[in-house]
Design a protein around this ligand. Structure first.
Ligand SMILES: CC(C)(COP(=O)(O)OP(=O)(O)OC[C@H]1O[C@@H](n2cnc3c(N)ncnc32)[C@H](O)[C@@H]1OP(=O)(O)O)[C@@H](O)C(=O)NCCC(=O)NCCS
Length: 234
């Protein structure tokens, strides 16, 4: 993988877990700390557990390559609001998101937030609950269900990426800012750059970053990540 010199702008990496094999799992657990094992292991949904596990490995592997230190020296810790950062390099920002068969991780030298969501039918009641009046109008105007779904996920992924970039995550804040205007920049989000992706036609993703450059997106494999971490630790 590239050295830190190559991180001249935000970069994102995407893993497709459809090729994930159960046999990978025991090896993968060996690369996470006991605390993370407890946290991830507490998740009852087995697919969610794999996504979280792979997210940890991706951050560890990518940070190892960028910082030129061994993976054992990459401590992924969380601030008071749950946002993870690397203790040895708090200036190296990253964020991750997982949904369905994908895990998305992005790194930058400025604060960054990402969100990926799988397309799904959206119930009308949920739109009311989740959106501001502006956003609701923007989504409903789309007419047919496919376009509504598309608009909803664009609004939602940008919103979530923003709240993850500023580090609050989603608490009760999601109606505080309207992301209905399509392409931004939103008044309150000046200084933040939003980038949208459609992935395999079934997923929508957004990145919000303090760096104005457009992030590059690279597909990698779970096996490649594990290989990059080297032999399984004892
Ligand atoms: C942060 C939050 C916005 C995550 O939303 P989400 O759509 O559920 O999940 P995503 O996949 O997009 O993002 C999750 C990642 O966001 C990161 N994150 C957590 N808190 C964060 C914060 N305050 N700011 C930025 N990023 C944060 C974490 O890396 C987390 O993944 P990890 O726990 O595997 O390390 C927030 O709603 C949350 O904390 N949800 C909790 C979800 C949960 O615990 N589910 C249990 C499933 S078993």
């Amino acid at each position: 993988m590239d050295s830190l010199m190559a991180l001249s702008g935000p970069r994102a990496w995407l893993v497709d877990l459809t090729s994930w094999q159960p046999a990978f799992e025991s090896r993968a657990w060996a690369f996470v700390t006991p605390a993370e094992r407890v946290r991830i292991g507490a998740c009852l949904d087995s697919s969610e557990r794999v996504r979280r596990l792979v997210g940890q490995l991706m951050v560890r592997s990518l940070a190892t390559a960028m910082l030129g230190i061994s993976w054992q020296n990459v401590s992924i810790v969380r601030d008071g609001l749950g946002k993870p950062y690397i203790r040895e390099a708090p200036w190296l920002y990253f964020n991750l998101s997982h949904s369905g068969s994908y895990v998305l991780v992005a790194f930058a030298r400025s604060p960054i937030g990402v969100d990926i969501e799988r397309r799904r039918p959206i119930a009308e009641g949920f739109l009311h609950y989740a959106l501001t009046a502006d956003e609701y109008g923007y989504v409903i105007q789309a007419g047919d269900p496919n376009h509504r779904e598309e608009r909803f996920l664009r609004v939602w992924t940008r919103k979530e990426s923003y709240f993850k970039a500023i580090g609050t995550g989603l608490t009760n804040n999601w109606r505080q800012i309207s992301f209905a205007s399509g392409h931004g920049p939103y008044q309150v989000c000046r200084g933040w750059r939003f980038t949208d992706w459609t992935i395999a036609s079934e997923y929508v993703a957004a990145v919000c970053c303090g760096d104005p450059k457009t992030p590059a997106l690279q597909h990698i494999t779970a096996l490649g990540i594990m290989r990059s971490l080297g032999p399984r630790p004892e």
